[in-house]
Design a protein. Structure first.
Length: 133
């Protein structure tokens, strides 16, 4: 099933927009990083929203660095998520900012974004575009 709408409901997990989005979505994707503050917020999302609302969610780990604070497996275990995807950290972030361009100019980041694009537009069981945990 193709995705007709994509809603970025923001980071205030107690807003009506977030609750309404989660409640009405066909697919929920939580975007996080491996930073401790992001992992703490992910735990709140799981305990205060995902579990009480009894909905499924997948996780996209942005700026992923293998061996950093939280592994993909540890993130998966937080909410018993069926799918956890990652977009690797780009060493070109500051360079892109200096060049006043986007990260899509850089091959590694572009490949990761294309991989994620495939994930959100295909069924969740399509393993061709999934990070192995």
């Amino acid at each position: 099933k193709d995705i007709d709408n994509f809603i970025d409901s923001g980071s205030d997990i107690y807003s009506g927009l977030v609750v309404g989005s989660i409640e009405n979505a066909d697919k929920n994707v939580i975007v996080t990083t491996q930073q401790k503050s992001s992992i703490d917020r992910l735990k709140l999302v799981v305990s205060d929203l995902i579990k009480p609302m009894n909905v499924d969610a997948e996780v996209l780990v942005n700026k992923y660095i293998k061996g950093a604070f939280a592994s993909l497996k540890e993130i998966q275990d937080i909410g018993k998520f069926k799918q956890v995807y990652s977009i690797r950290y780009s060493q070109y972030g500051w360079e892109a900012e200096k060049d006043e361009t986007t990260l899509l100019k850089y091959p590694g980041f572009y490949r990761d974004m294309k991989k994620y694009e495939k994930v959100i537009t295909t069924v969740k069981d399509n393993r061709d575009y999934e990070e192995t945990i």
